[in-house]
Every structure is written in C-alpha cells, then in structure tokens.
Design a protein around this ligand. Structure first.
Ligand SMILES: Cc1cc2nc3c(=O)[nH]c(=O)nc-3n(C[C@H](O)[C@H](O)[C@H](O)COP(=O)(O)OP(=O)(O)OC[C@H]3O[C@@H](n4cnc5c(N)ncnc54)[C@H](O)[C@@H]3O)c2cc1C
Length: 272
C-alpha cells in the first residue's frame, strides 16, 4: 500500500464514497481512512425511501451497497481511525493508529459524532489526555497511564504502552468516567473511585472532526465551509453530515462530489 496520496478522505460513508469515485474518475490517487461500515449513521436507518435511483431498503443493506462501491472505486482503503491531521507546508500528514500517511489535499467526510465527551476530556486533551498511544506514549515512559476503552485497538494500545515501560491501568467497561487535574490531567474517576495517573489514553471509534485538524473553524459542532466545500484551512475540504444539517444522504453524495472537484482544482492550482 502507498503512504502518499493526492487526496486522503477521512470517513467511509456515502460522502466519502461519492468523493472517492469522482476523484478516481479524475485520475487522482486516493486513500480513504475508514472505520467499520456499522459505524455509519446510515447503518441505523430502519428503511430509506428517499434516495434517488435505489428502491426502498434498510440502512444496513444500503450501507453495504455503498461500501462495495467504495471498495471498487480504485481508492485504497486504510482501515482504522484517523487520529490527527498535521499541516506540513503544501502537504498534510494523517496519523492512523501507529501509521502515518501523506497527501496534498484532504477531505473530511467523517459524519457526526453523537458520542458525548467525558467530563474533563475536551479540557485536558493534549494536557494529559490523548487518543493516540503511538503518538504520545513515549511521553509517559516509566509513568502510570490509564487506557479507557474496550476492543482490539484498546488492548493493542495497552500492550504497546506496557512494552515501552508504562504502568498501565485498564478500564474496559462502559460507564461514567471523569477526568480531573490542574495544569495537566492527573486523576481518572470511575465508579466513584479516584485513580492517580500521569496520562489517560481514550480509545474510541471516532474522533470528532472538530478536534482532528488544527485551525479548523466550526460552528455548533459543524465544520464551516463555503459553496466549494472549502474549510478555513487551505487544502482541506469537508462533505456530508460533518458540514451540518440537513443530515440527508442526497446532500452527503452531492457534497462528496463537489468537495472532490474542489480538491482537484486546489491541486491543479498548486502546480501553476
Ligand atoms: C436512524 C437514522 C435514519 C436515517 N434515515 C435517513 C433517510 O431515510 N434518508 C436520508 O436521506 N438520510 C437518513 N439518515 C441520515 C444519513 O444516514 C446521513 O445523512 C448519511 O449517512 C451521512 O453520510 P456521511 O458520509 O456524511 O456520514 P456517515 O455515513 O456517518 O459516515 C461517516 C463515517 O466516517 C467514519 N469516521 C468518523 N471519524 C473517523 C475517523 N477519525 N477516522 C476514520 N473514520 C472515521 C465513521 O465511523 C463513519 O463510518 C438517517 C440517519 C439516522 C441516524
């Protein structure tokens, strides 16, 4: 698999599929960072009756159709969770788990995150709270860290942190967590019990787009875009639910297409 693309798309739903298809038609190399298809909003729809060209069907069936189209688009699928985006001059670096990919333009098609943050999570992010063991683990070598979250990725991250010399406390249960601290997070509260820690790694399926790209302007949780779907960060475009209401499939498909064409124009502009 390549690690350098014309365009990286973050998200694997309809907005991402539409953008990937258009970019491939334009001859661009495309990497799509995508989660399991069950994480798409569409997967939860009982029956969809308003998407042109397709008969009424369940969200689960439609998600599978779109995922197959994405797989067959010629884009490279990078399975995992994009953790952060780093602007680097005329390119972007995208951290996915322990891997790193580069691109010239970026399309955010990550849908909306309905999940609530734990109290203190947003406040201490980057100050003792991290979503990425590979990126930040070394900072906690020889120290005590908590890993919050179940599943394969959380287990993998806990093992990794242990392997580099951290003392790891595992919290796999769902429930009420709270993060406290002063200048930095120093306490994880779970089930009424306080745990003193030096760092807290929170492992989730998604990272809200509002926290993925530094300098991105957003309003009420939605990425602010213009009619070309350009965001406030040159070279970064957004499409689908992450740009705000209405949360509808036809909008996601249309915006994916426009964002892709705008990304092509942006790349052409860099060459002139
Ligand atoms: C119950 C329900 C019923 C609905 N019914 C209808 C309907 O009948 N008609 C209609 O038009 N619309 C309907 N919708 C809305 C429709 O499902 C959404 O508008 C559409 O799915 C948006 O597509 P999207 O690609 O923007 O986001 P999504 O389909 O949500 O896809 C986003 C994907 O990006 C992934 N992602 C997020 N962050 C990251 C990251 N950091 N790294 C990697 N991947 C990431 C997510 O896990 C997800 O898989 C319904 C929604 C719900 C919840």
């Amino acid at each position: 698999m390549s690690d350098n693309f014309d365009v990286i798309i973050i998200g694997g739903g309809l907005a991402a599929t539409s953008a990937a298809m258009t970019l491939r038609n334009r001859g661009k190399s495309v990497g799509v960072v995508c989660n399991r298809q069950e994480t798409s909003s569409l997967y939860k729809a009982e029956k969809v009756t308003n998407y042109p060209g397709l008969p009424p069907m369940s969200g689960e069936e439609m998600t599978a159709l779109f995922r197959r189209q994405l797989e067959e688009s010629g884009a490279e699928l990078i399975f995992g969770r994009a953790l952060s985006v780093m602007p680097m001059g005329n390119t972007f670096g995208v951290a996915v788990g322990s891997d790193f990919y580069m691109c010239t333009a970026l399309i955010l098609a990550a849908g909306i995150t309905r999940e609530k943050l734990y109290p203190g999570e947003g406040e201490f992010l980057g100050r003792g709270v991290s979503y990425c063991a590979t990126c930040d683990g070394m900072l906690y070598r020889g120290k005590t860290v908590a890993v919050v979250g179940g599943g394969e990725e959380a287990r993998h991250d806990a093992d990794f942190l242990e392997s580099i010399g951290c003392r790891v406390l595992r919290f796999e249960q769902n429930g009420k967590y709270e993060i406290r601290g002063g200048l930095k997070a120093d306490t994880l509260v779970f089930a009424g019990e306080e745990h003193k820690v030096d760092g807290i790694f929170i492992i989730k399926d998604t990272v809200s787009v509002t926290r993925l790209v530094p300098g991105l302007v957003y309003e009420k949780g939605a990425v602010v875009v213009d009619r070309s779907l350009a965001t406030s960060v040159p070279g970064v475009f957004a499409a689908g639910d992450c740009t705000g209401k209405p949360y509808q499939l036809a909008k996601a498909a249309g915006e994916g297409n426009v964002a892709a064409l705008s990304a092509c124009d942006y790349i052409a502009g860099l060459k002139n």
